[in-house]
Design a protein around this ligand. Structure first.
Ligand SMILES: NC(=O)C1=CN([C@@H]2O[C@H](COP(=O)(O)OP(=O)(O)OC[C@H]3O[C@@H](n4cnc5c(N)ncnc54)[C@H](O)[C@@H]3O)[C@@H](O)[C@H]2O)C=CC1
Ligand SMILES: Nc1nc(O)c(N)c(N[C@@H]2O[C@H](COP(=O)(O)O)[C@@H](O)[C@H]2O)n1
Length: 219
């Protein structure tokens, strides 16, 4: 499995404000770059915190780029939500129309919620007791031919992926604003590392919109 994490942060490293409302940190050129990234993967992943905050549809991508890079018959990327307790609303945009939506969940999810989400078309993958065991869940996606993932956030999920050693590449757009706030989500939240910090190697720097894109590989 190949895992690329992409996110947009403010100059002070925040993903959004303390109100957890979606903020347009990046501009048109960066959204177009993300659409190309989406076109190059088999699946787009977010945590349920992002679904509850932003209600993304995860459908938009650069179709022409997908055909060019992956061939005329390549399917669009599937949508994947890490949601330990099946908190995704049945009316969420990520479940509406379009490609398959996988819900990665855990044994802790109430069975009736799991059922309700299955009833509206979600493919549920149960892995882990309290939280989603991301390694196991990704292994099950691989069994379905999903081999390259783009993770778009949020901070809790991104931290867990680094903690589990599952990230191969990290791309960050750093925008020209300060959001501030000790409770505002950052690129990697969770408990944080106190030692054995994951190390990155700089693979690219590009000025874009009113900010900069940094590309890193994980050592
Ligand atoms: N600027 C950007 O590029 C983006 C910003 N965001 C922002 O991020 C915020 C949401 O981020 P978070 O609250 O951190 O939520 P999140 O999107 O990281 O979801 C966290 C949830 O995922 C579930 N989960 C399941 N298994 C997990 C595991 N093993 N480890 C961690 N989580 C697991 C849990 O239910 C947990 O509460 C919103 O404010 C949203 O606007 C989100 C995506 C992109
Ligand atoms: N790349 C990027 N730049 C920003 O400034 C953002 N606020 C976000 N947010 C994420 O974009 C996704 C929206 O998905 P859809 O367009 O609804 O498919 C979602 O993951 C947001 O959290 N991203």
């Amino acid at each position: 499995m190949d895992v690329l994490v992409n996110a947009a942060v403010s100059a002070d490293g925040k993903l959004s404000s303390r109100r957890r409302e979606q903020i347009a940190i990046s501009g048109e050129a960066d959204f177009a770059r993300v659409d190309r990234l989406r076109a190059e993967v088999d699946g787009i992943v977010v945590g349920v915190g992002t679904v509850l905050a932003d209600d993304p549809s995860l459908i938009r991508h650069d179709e022409a780029h997908r055909r060019k890079r992956r061939g005329p018959n390549a399917p669009p990327p599937v949508r994947i939500v890490a949601d330990s307790r099946c908190r995704t609303p049945t009316g969420a945009d990520v479940l509406a129309g379009g490609p398959t939506t996988y819900l990665l969940t855990s044994e802790a999810a109430p069975p009736e919620r799991r059922e309700a989400l299955r009833d509206v078309g979600a493919e549920t993958v149960v892995a882990g007791d309290e939280r989603v065991d991301l390694g196991e869940a990704f292994g099950r996606l691989e069994d379905d031919g999903i081999e390259r993932l783009l993770v778009e956030g949020g901070g809790e999920l991104i931290f867990s992926l680094f903690e589990a050693g599952l990230v191969d590449e990290l791309t960050v757009f750093i925008g020209n604003m300060i959001i501030g706030g000790r409770d505002a989500p950052t690129l990697a939240d969770g408990e944080g590392f106190v030692s054995a910090f994951p190390e990155l190697e700089l693979a690219g720097v590009e000025q874009l919109d009113s900010g900069v894109v940094l590309e890193w590989t994980v050592r």
